[in-house]
Design a protein around this ligand. Structure first.
Ligand code: SF4
Length: 224
């Protein structure tokens, strides 16, 4: 049957043991939790069957606004390509992914790292700062993503670079944000506050699952 709106290919739904329906759209980043039994059933039906006409109530409108449902003519692959191209061709925004170290305090069984290089040498740190200084007059925003290894094993590198870049961003008037992908082992409240003060506002923390799974039993220097 002809559907005017269908479930986005990026919409994931999951029902918890407690009965909460969770919707997540990996493209828009929208998250919704639904507990009311009747609403849950309605949402499941709409996602399964789509909408045959324009939204007729608040619930249907919201599902469209949050991209859980998309118009039948939407080419979602093309949309992602366009967004990617737009980001790639932006001249006013600059993104850097930096490894503070290749070392790690964990040894997860699925890890691709070889842990060959330790903390980023001083001369590389200085070269990065010089590079950012050259970019500074031409950008409106800069994002630095810290990666590793375990980036917090090289936390002094993060301190040095983010502190300097924060000053540069004030001097040249661009927005500076930073993020980190970490196993979280070293991340206590004091360090977290310090990192937020260094503009690290996005945190991606790996969770390996409950104690009785293989993933949890990953060889880990920190616990052995
Ligand atoms: S925490 Fe990350 S870098 Fe460290 S061993 Fe595990 S996957 Fe590799």
């Amino acid at each position: 049957m002809y559907k005017k709106y269908r479930k986005s290919r990026y919409t994931i739904k999951h029902e918890t043991q407690e009965g909460t329906l969770i919707l997540f759209n990996t493209f828009s980043g929208a998250i919704a939790t639904i507990e009311d039994v009747k609403t849950k059933e309605k949402v499941k039906t709409i996602l399964r069957e789509g909408l045959l006409c324009e939204p007729a109530n608040e619930l249907e409108t919201e599902l469209i606004n949050q991209h859980f449902l998309v118009h039948h003519s939407t080419d979602e692959n093309r949309l992602v390509d366009l967004m990617r191209d737009m980001e790639k061709n932006r001249k006013d925004h600059y993104e850097l992914i930096l490894y503070s170290t290749e070392e790690c305090n964990f040894r997860c069984v699925y890890c691709f790292e070889k842990f060959l290089r330790g903390e980023m040498p001083k001369e590389i740190q200085q070269a990065i700062i010089k590079h950012i200084l050259r970019k500074a007059p031409h950008i409106n925003s800069l994002n630095i993503a810290w990666f590793g290894g375990e980036p917090l094993e090289g936390v002094n590198v993060i301190r040095n670079i983010n502190k300097e870049v924060k000053e540069i961003s004030k001097k040249f008037g661009f927005t500076f944000n930073s993020g980190i992908t970490t196993n979280g082992y070293e991340l206590d409240e004091n360090l977290f506050r310090e990192l937020v003060d260094l503009n690290i506002i996005q945190y991606q923390i790996t969770l390996d699952g409950p104690k009785d799974t293989m993933m949890y039993k990953s060889l880990c220097k920190a616990f052995c």
